[in-house]
Design a protein around this ligand. Structure first.
Ligand code: 8ID
Ligand code: ZN
Length: 359
Protein backbone atom coordinates (compact mmCIF):
# COMPACT_ATOMS: atom_id res chain seq x y z
CA UNK A 1 0.00 0.00 0.00
CA UNK A 2 1.32 3.45 -0.95
CA UNK A 3 -0.07 6.62 0.56
CA UNK A 4 0.36 10.29 -0.30
CA UNK A 5 3.23 11.77 1.64
CA UNK A 6 2.50 15.47 1.73
CA UNK A 7 -1.23 15.67 1.96
CA UNK A 8 -3.41 14.41 4.75
CA UNK A 9 -6.42 12.39 3.67
CA UNK A 10 -9.52 13.71 5.44
CA UNK A 11 -11.99 11.48 7.30
CA UNK A 12 -15.04 12.92 5.54
CA UNK A 13 -15.80 14.38 2.14
CA UNK A 14 -18.61 15.95 0.13
CA UNK A 15 -20.45 13.67 -2.28
CA UNK A 16 -23.65 13.86 -4.38
CA UNK A 17 -25.61 10.89 -3.05
CA UNK A 18 -28.85 9.67 -4.65
CA UNK A 19 -31.26 7.75 -2.39
CA UNK A 20 -34.12 7.53 -4.90
CA UNK A 21 -35.23 8.75 -8.33
CA UNK A 22 -36.28 12.13 -6.91
CA UNK A 23 -32.66 13.30 -7.21
CA UNK A 24 -29.58 13.60 -5.02
CA UNK A 25 -28.20 15.49 -2.07
CA UNK A 26 -24.67 16.81 -1.59
CA UNK A 27 -23.73 15.56 1.84
CA UNK A 28 -20.81 14.70 4.08
CA UNK A 29 -19.84 10.99 3.90
CA UNK A 30 -16.78 9.04 5.13
CA UNK A 31 -13.64 8.87 3.00
CA UNK A 32 -12.34 5.33 2.37
CA UNK A 33 -9.04 5.42 4.24
CA UNK A 34 -5.89 3.99 2.60
CA UNK A 35 -5.87 0.97 4.95
CA UNK A 36 -9.50 0.28 3.99
CA UNK A 37 -8.86 0.26 0.22
CA UNK A 38 -9.73 -3.09 -1.36
CA UNK A 39 -7.03 -4.73 -3.52
CA UNK A 40 -7.06 -3.33 -7.04
CA UNK A 41 -8.25 0.08 -5.94
CA UNK A 42 -6.77 3.55 -5.82
CA UNK A 43 -8.06 6.50 -3.84
CA UNK A 44 -8.46 9.33 -6.35
CA UNK A 45 -8.77 12.91 -5.19
CA UNK A 46 -11.27 14.12 -7.77
CA UNK A 47 -10.57 17.76 -8.57
CA UNK A 48 -12.94 18.13 -11.51
CA UNK A 49 -15.84 16.22 -12.97
CA UNK A 50 -17.79 16.93 -16.13
CA UNK A 51 -21.57 16.56 -16.00
CA UNK A 52 -22.84 14.24 -18.74
CA UNK A 53 -26.49 13.90 -19.73
CA UNK A 54 -26.07 10.24 -18.80
CA UNK A 55 -25.80 11.25 -15.12
CA UNK A 56 -29.20 12.89 -15.42
CA UNK A 57 -30.79 9.87 -17.17
CA UNK A 58 -29.41 7.65 -14.38
CA UNK A 59 -30.47 9.88 -11.48
CA UNK A 60 -34.01 10.04 -12.88
CA UNK A 61 -34.25 6.27 -13.49
CA UNK A 62 -34.93 6.93 -17.18
CA UNK A 63 -33.11 3.85 -18.48
CA UNK A 64 -33.64 0.11 -18.07
CA UNK A 65 -30.21 0.18 -16.35
CA UNK A 66 -30.91 1.33 -12.76
CA UNK A 67 -28.39 2.48 -10.14
CA UNK A 68 -27.66 0.47 -6.99
CA UNK A 69 -28.74 3.06 -4.43
CA UNK A 70 -27.54 4.88 -2.47
CA UNK A 71 -25.47 5.78 -5.52
CA UNK A 72 -22.97 8.43 -6.56
CA UNK A 73 -23.00 9.45 -10.24
CA UNK A 74 -20.27 11.19 -12.27
CA UNK A 75 -18.01 9.60 -14.88
CA UNK A 76 -15.88 12.40 -16.28
CA UNK A 77 -13.67 12.62 -13.20
CA UNK A 78 -10.14 14.02 -13.36
CA UNK A 79 -7.86 13.96 -10.34
CA UNK A 80 -4.80 12.62 -8.60
CA UNK A 81 -4.07 9.29 -6.94
CA UNK A 82 -3.50 9.85 -3.20
CA UNK A 83 -3.31 6.18 -2.13
CA UNK A 84 -3.17 2.86 -3.94
CA UNK A 85 -3.56 -0.78 -2.99
CA UNK A 86 -2.34 -2.52 -6.11
CA UNK A 87 1.24 -3.77 -6.22
CA UNK A 88 0.85 -5.02 -9.81
CA UNK A 89 -0.46 -1.78 -11.34
CA UNK A 90 2.00 0.66 -12.87
CA UNK A 91 -0.08 3.50 -11.45
CA UNK A 92 1.34 5.30 -8.44
CA UNK A 93 0.56 8.01 -5.92
CA UNK A 94 0.69 11.42 -7.58
CA UNK A 95 -0.43 10.21 -11.02
CA UNK A 96 -3.05 12.31 -12.79
CA UNK A 97 -5.88 9.96 -13.70
CA UNK A 98 -9.39 9.91 -15.10
CA UNK A 99 -12.53 8.09 -13.97
CA UNK A 100 -14.70 6.94 -16.87
CA UNK A 101 -18.18 5.40 -17.32
CA UNK A 102 -16.65 1.91 -17.40
CA UNK A 103 -15.22 1.69 -13.89
CA UNK A 104 -14.04 -1.91 -14.05
CA UNK A 105 -14.11 -4.96 -16.30
CA UNK A 106 -12.90 -8.53 -15.79
CA UNK A 107 -9.99 -8.22 -18.25
CA UNK A 108 -10.24 -11.91 -19.08
CA UNK A 109 -13.41 -12.55 -21.08
CA UNK A 110 -13.54 -12.57 -24.88
CA UNK A 111 -14.73 -8.96 -25.00
CA UNK A 112 -12.06 -7.68 -22.65
CA UNK A 113 -9.20 -9.38 -24.45
CA UNK A 114 -10.51 -8.07 -27.78
CA UNK A 115 -10.53 -4.48 -26.56
CA UNK A 116 -14.30 -4.40 -26.17
CA UNK A 117 -14.35 -4.10 -22.40
CA UNK A 118 -17.54 -1.96 -22.30
CA UNK A 119 -19.31 -5.18 -23.36
CA UNK A 120 -17.83 -7.30 -20.54
CA UNK A 121 -20.68 -9.04 -18.67
CA UNK A 122 -18.99 -8.12 -15.40
CA UNK A 123 -18.33 -4.50 -16.30
CA UNK A 124 -19.05 -2.01 -13.54
CA UNK A 125 -20.31 1.43 -14.46
CA UNK A 126 -19.72 4.65 -12.52
CA UNK A 127 -22.94 5.65 -10.80
CA UNK A 128 -24.65 2.30 -11.45
CA UNK A 129 -22.72 -0.35 -9.54
CA UNK A 130 -19.53 1.58 -8.76
CA UNK A 131 -19.00 4.93 -7.05
CA UNK A 132 -18.72 7.72 -9.59
CA UNK A 133 -16.78 10.97 -9.63
CA UNK A 134 -19.26 13.29 -7.91
CA UNK A 135 -17.28 12.72 -4.71
CA UNK A 136 -14.04 14.29 -3.56
CA UNK A 137 -12.21 11.02 -2.82
CA UNK A 138 -13.26 8.11 -5.04
CA UNK A 139 -12.07 4.54 -4.27
CA UNK A 140 -11.66 3.71 -7.95
CA UNK A 141 -10.72 0.39 -9.57
CA UNK A 142 -7.22 0.67 -11.00
CA UNK A 143 -8.16 -1.56 -13.98
CA UNK A 144 -9.98 1.24 -15.81
CA UNK A 145 -8.26 4.36 -14.54
CA UNK A 146 -6.94 6.38 -17.47
CA UNK A 147 -3.62 8.23 -17.21
CA UNK A 148 -4.07 11.88 -18.17
CA UNK A 149 -1.23 13.35 -20.26
CA UNK A 150 0.79 16.10 -18.53
CA UNK A 151 0.12 18.74 -21.16
CA UNK A 152 -3.63 19.09 -20.66
CA UNK A 153 -5.24 20.80 -17.65
CA UNK A 154 -7.37 18.39 -15.57
CA UNK A 155 -10.56 20.42 -16.10
CA UNK A 156 -10.11 20.21 -19.86
CA UNK A 157 -9.35 16.49 -19.72
CA UNK A 158 -12.52 15.74 -17.73
CA UNK A 159 -15.07 15.89 -20.59
CA UNK A 160 -12.80 13.85 -22.84
CA UNK A 161 -13.19 10.89 -20.44
CA UNK A 162 -16.78 10.30 -21.58
CA UNK A 163 -18.00 12.79 -24.18
CA UNK A 164 -14.66 12.88 -26.02
CA UNK A 165 -13.89 9.19 -26.13
CA UNK A 166 -17.50 8.36 -27.04
CA UNK A 167 -17.71 10.59 -30.10
CA UNK A 168 -14.15 9.80 -31.16
CA UNK A 169 -15.04 6.08 -31.16
CA UNK A 170 -18.39 6.73 -32.86
CA UNK A 171 -16.60 8.56 -35.69
CA UNK A 172 -14.23 5.61 -36.05
CA UNK A 173 -17.27 3.35 -36.37
CA UNK A 174 -19.00 5.61 -38.91
CA UNK A 175 -17.15 4.21 -41.92
CA UNK A 176 -16.08 7.65 -43.16
CA UNK A 177 -12.89 9.09 -44.56
CA UNK A 178 -11.33 12.53 -45.00
CA UNK A 179 -13.25 14.74 -47.40
CA UNK A 180 -16.65 13.29 -46.52
CA UNK A 181 -19.58 14.77 -44.60
CA UNK A 182 -21.10 13.90 -41.24
CA UNK A 183 -24.28 15.25 -39.63
CA UNK A 184 -24.26 15.75 -35.88
CA UNK A 185 -27.65 16.17 -34.20
CA UNK A 186 -27.02 17.46 -30.67
CA UNK A 187 -23.97 19.40 -31.94
CA UNK A 188 -24.35 22.19 -29.37
CA UNK A 189 -24.23 19.84 -26.34
CA UNK A 190 -21.37 18.10 -24.57
CA UNK A 191 -20.86 15.17 -26.92
CA UNK A 192 -21.81 17.12 -30.03
CA UNK A 193 -19.42 20.01 -29.47
CA UNK A 194 -16.57 17.50 -29.23
CA UNK A 195 -17.85 15.46 -32.20
CA UNK A 196 -17.60 18.57 -34.39
CA UNK A 197 -13.94 18.93 -33.46
CA UNK A 198 -12.85 15.28 -33.69
CA UNK A 199 -14.62 15.13 -37.08
CA UNK A 200 -12.73 18.19 -38.30
CA UNK A 201 -9.49 16.68 -37.03
CA UNK A 202 -10.27 13.59 -39.13
CA UNK A 203 -10.74 15.75 -42.23
CA UNK A 204 -14.53 15.60 -42.30
CA UNK A 205 -16.99 18.41 -43.00
CA UNK A 206 -19.81 18.69 -40.47
CA UNK A 207 -23.47 19.63 -40.45
CA UNK A 208 -24.40 20.76 -36.96
CA UNK A 209 -28.03 20.14 -35.98
CA UNK A 210 -29.28 21.78 -32.78
CA UNK A 211 -31.27 24.84 -31.78
CA UNK A 212 -30.89 28.47 -30.70
CA UNK A 213 -28.54 31.35 -31.46
CA UNK A 214 -26.06 30.51 -28.70
CA UNK A 215 -25.53 26.92 -29.88
CA UNK A 216 -25.40 28.06 -33.51
CA UNK A 217 -22.60 30.51 -32.67
CA UNK A 218 -20.76 27.82 -30.70
CA UNK A 219 -21.00 25.25 -33.52
CA UNK A 220 -19.78 27.77 -36.08
CA UNK A 221 -16.88 28.72 -33.83
CA UNK A 222 -15.99 25.05 -33.52
CA UNK A 223 -15.76 24.71 -37.28
CA UNK A 224 -19.16 23.38 -38.40
CA UNK A 225 -19.55 23.75 -42.16
CA UNK A 226 -23.34 24.05 -41.99
CA UNK A 227 -26.04 24.64 -39.37
CA UNK A 228 -29.62 23.32 -39.25
CA UNK A 229 -31.92 24.48 -36.43
CA UNK A 230 -34.12 21.49 -35.62
CA UNK A 231 -36.84 23.68 -34.10
CA UNK A 232 -37.00 26.32 -36.81
CA UNK A 233 -36.47 24.17 -39.90
CA UNK A 234 -39.67 22.74 -41.38
CA UNK A 235 -38.04 20.07 -43.53
CA UNK A 236 -34.87 18.97 -41.73
CA UNK A 237 -34.21 16.07 -44.13
CA UNK A 238 -34.10 18.38 -47.17
CA UNK A 239 -32.05 21.01 -45.31
CA UNK A 240 -29.42 18.46 -44.25
CA UNK A 241 -29.16 17.01 -47.76
CA UNK A 242 -28.94 20.49 -49.28
CA UNK A 243 -25.99 21.31 -47.01
CA UNK A 244 -23.77 18.82 -48.86
CA UNK A 245 -22.19 19.99 -52.15
CA UNK A 246 -23.99 17.45 -54.37
CA UNK A 247 -27.24 17.55 -52.40
CA UNK A 248 -27.20 13.80 -51.73
CA UNK A 249 -26.72 14.10 -47.97
CA UNK A 250 -23.90 13.28 -45.57
CA UNK A 251 -22.04 9.97 -45.60
CA UNK A 252 -22.78 9.53 -41.89
CA UNK A 253 -24.68 10.84 -38.90
CA UNK A 254 -23.53 10.64 -35.30
CA UNK A 255 -26.65 10.96 -33.14
CA UNK A 256 -25.48 12.89 -30.10
CA UNK A 257 -28.95 13.96 -28.99
CA UNK A 258 -30.91 12.32 -26.19
CA UNK A 259 -34.23 12.69 -28.05
CA UNK A 260 -35.80 9.98 -30.25
CA UNK A 261 -36.82 12.58 -32.88
CA UNK A 262 -33.18 12.88 -33.95
CA UNK A 263 -33.19 9.18 -34.83
CA UNK A 264 -36.38 9.15 -36.83
CA UNK A 265 -35.03 11.33 -39.65
CA UNK A 266 -31.35 10.36 -39.77
CA UNK A 267 -31.85 7.22 -41.86
CA UNK A 268 -33.60 9.45 -44.39
CA UNK A 269 -31.07 12.23 -44.76
CA UNK A 270 -27.88 10.14 -44.98
CA UNK A 271 -26.91 9.38 -48.56
CA UNK A 272 -27.12 5.87 -50.08
CA UNK A 273 -24.44 3.65 -48.57
CA UNK A 274 -24.30 5.98 -45.54
CA UNK A 275 -24.11 5.06 -41.87
CA UNK A 276 -26.11 6.24 -38.87
CA UNK A 277 -24.30 5.78 -35.56
CA UNK A 278 -26.64 5.60 -32.56
CA UNK A 279 -24.97 7.27 -29.56
CA UNK A 280 -27.56 9.35 -27.69
CA UNK A 281 -29.60 7.27 -25.28
CA UNK A 282 -33.20 8.48 -24.98
CA UNK A 283 -35.55 7.36 -22.21
CA UNK A 284 -36.66 3.72 -22.01
CA UNK A 285 -39.15 2.90 -24.76
CA UNK A 286 -37.53 4.75 -27.70
CA UNK A 287 -37.13 2.82 -30.95
CA UNK A 288 -35.14 3.38 -34.12
CA UNK A 289 -37.41 3.11 -37.14
CA UNK A 290 -36.20 2.52 -40.67
CA UNK A 291 -38.05 1.57 -43.82
CA UNK A 292 -36.76 -1.92 -44.62
CA UNK A 293 -37.13 -1.70 -48.40
CA UNK A 294 -35.30 1.61 -48.76
CA UNK A 295 -32.67 0.72 -46.18
CA UNK A 296 -31.78 -2.37 -48.21
CA UNK A 297 -32.20 -0.77 -51.62
CA UNK A 298 -29.88 2.10 -50.63
CA UNK A 299 -27.35 -0.01 -48.71
CA UNK A 300 -27.68 2.11 -45.57
CA UNK A 301 -26.21 0.99 -42.27
CA UNK A 302 -27.54 1.58 -38.80
CA UNK A 303 -24.94 0.91 -36.16
CA UNK A 304 -24.26 1.97 -32.60
CA UNK A 305 -21.34 2.98 -30.44
CA UNK A 306 -21.03 2.55 -26.68
CA UNK A 307 -18.30 4.69 -25.06
CA UNK A 308 -14.87 3.32 -26.07
CA UNK A 309 -12.08 1.12 -24.78
CA UNK A 310 -8.97 2.14 -22.84
CA UNK A 311 -6.97 2.70 -26.01
CA UNK A 312 -9.70 4.93 -27.47
CA UNK A 313 -9.63 6.96 -24.26
CA UNK A 314 -5.85 7.37 -24.47
CA UNK A 315 -6.07 8.42 -28.12
CA UNK A 316 -8.91 10.88 -27.51
CA UNK A 317 -6.91 12.46 -24.68
CA UNK A 318 -3.72 12.66 -26.75
CA UNK A 319 -5.55 14.44 -29.56
CA UNK A 320 -6.95 16.95 -27.05
CA UNK A 321 -3.60 17.35 -25.29
CA UNK A 322 -1.97 18.11 -28.65
CA UNK A 323 -4.41 21.02 -28.99
CA UNK A 324 -6.54 19.68 -31.86
CA UNK A 325 -9.69 19.46 -29.75
CA UNK A 326 -10.79 21.64 -26.85
CA UNK A 327 -14.09 21.10 -25.12
CA UNK A 328 -16.01 24.35 -24.58
CA UNK A 329 -16.23 24.09 -20.80
CA UNK A 330 -17.61 26.25 -18.02
CA UNK A 331 -16.13 25.44 -14.60
CA UNK A 332 -18.73 25.75 -11.83
CA UNK A 333 -18.80 24.91 -8.10
CA UNK A 334 -19.93 21.44 -6.94
CA UNK A 335 -23.07 22.97 -5.40
CA UNK A 336 -24.30 23.94 -8.90
CA UNK A 337 -24.97 20.31 -9.86
CA UNK A 338 -28.78 20.61 -9.60
CA UNK A 339 -28.74 23.84 -11.58
CA UNK A 340 -26.63 22.14 -14.26
CA UNK A 341 -29.23 19.36 -14.56
CA UNK A 342 -32.03 21.96 -14.74
CA UNK A 343 -30.27 23.83 -17.54
CA UNK A 344 -29.61 20.55 -19.36
CA UNK A 345 -33.31 19.70 -19.31
CA UNK A 346 -34.33 23.14 -20.56
CA UNK A 347 -31.73 23.06 -23.36
CA UNK A 348 -29.81 26.02 -21.89
CA UNK A 349 -26.42 24.35 -21.72
CA UNK A 350 -24.02 24.86 -24.61
CA UNK A 351 -20.92 22.65 -24.43
CA UNK A 352 -20.06 21.09 -21.08
CA UNK A 353 -20.12 22.15 -17.43
CA UNK A 354 -17.20 20.85 -15.37
CA UNK A 355 -17.66 20.88 -11.60
CA UNK A 356 -14.85 22.00 -9.33
CA UNK A 357 -15.37 19.48 -6.50
CA UNK A 358 -13.50 21.59 -3.94
CA UNK A 359 -15.26 24.89 -4.64
O1 8ID B 1 -21.69 5.52 -25.06
C1 8ID B 1 -22.64 6.22 -25.41
N1 8ID B 1 -23.37 5.87 -26.46
C2 8ID B 1 -22.91 7.51 -24.71
C3 8ID B 1 -21.90 8.10 -23.93
C4 8ID B 1 -22.17 9.32 -23.31
C5 8ID B 1 -23.42 9.90 -23.45
C6 8ID B 1 -24.14 8.10 -24.80
N2 8ID B 1 -24.37 9.27 -24.17
C7 8ID B 1 -25.71 9.87 -24.35
C8 8ID B 1 -26.29 10.60 -23.16
O2 8ID B 1 -26.83 9.68 -22.23
C9 8ID B 1 -27.34 11.45 -23.84
O3 8ID B 1 -28.50 10.70 -24.13
O4 8ID B 1 -25.60 10.90 -25.34
C10 8ID B 1 -26.66 11.84 -25.15
C11 8ID B 1 -26.09 13.24 -25.19
O5 8ID B 1 -25.31 13.51 -24.05
P1 8ID B 1 -24.74 14.99 -23.75
O6 8ID B 1 -23.97 15.46 -24.89
O7 8ID B 1 -24.11 14.93 -22.42
O8 8ID B 1 -26.12 15.82 -23.66
P2 8ID B 1 -26.34 17.42 -23.76
O9 8ID B 1 -25.10 18.15 -23.37
O10 8ID B 1 -27.59 17.69 -23.02
O11 8ID B 1 -26.56 17.69 -25.32
C12 8ID B 1 -27.67 17.25 -26.02
C13 8ID B 1 -27.96 18.20 -27.17
O12 8ID B 1 -29.00 17.65 -27.97
C14 8ID B 1 -29.81 18.72 -28.45
C15 8ID B 1 -29.88 19.66 -27.25
O13 8ID B 1 -30.28 20.98 -27.64
C16 8ID B 1 -28.45 19.57 -26.70
O14 8ID B 1 -27.62 20.61 -27.23
N3 8ID B 1 -31.06 18.16 -28.97
C17 8ID B 1 -32.23 17.78 -28.38
I1 8ID B 1 -32.63 17.84 -26.44
N4 8ID B 1 -33.13 17.32 -29.23
C18 8ID B 1 -32.54 17.40 -30.45
C19 8ID B 1 -32.98 17.05 -31.75
N5 8ID B 1 -34.22 16.56 -31.98
C20 8ID B 1 -31.23 17.91 -30.30
N6 8ID B 1 -30.40 18.10 -31.34
C21 8ID B 1 -30.88 17.75 -32.57
N7 8ID B 1 -32.13 17.24 -32.79
ZN1 ZN C 1 -21.18 10.30 -20.17
Amino acid sequence: MTVAGQEEIPKTQRAAVSDDASGFEIREIPVTQPDELEPGRALVKVLYSGVCHTDLHVIKDEWPLKPNRPSIAGHEGAGIIVAINDPISKLKVGDRVGIKWIAHSCNQCDYCISGDEPLCAEAKCSGINADGSFMQYCPAYTSQLTKIPDNIPLEEAAPILCAGVTVYKALKRANVKAGQWVAIPGAGGGLGSLALQYAKYMGLSTIAIDTGAEKKALCEKLGASAWVDFKETKDIVSAVKAATPDGLGPQAAIIASPMPEAYLIAMEYIRPSGTVVAVGLPKEGAYVKADVFWTVATNKTLTSSYVGNRKDANEALEIAAAGHVKCPIKVEPFDNLQSVYDRMVSGQLPGRVVLDLFK
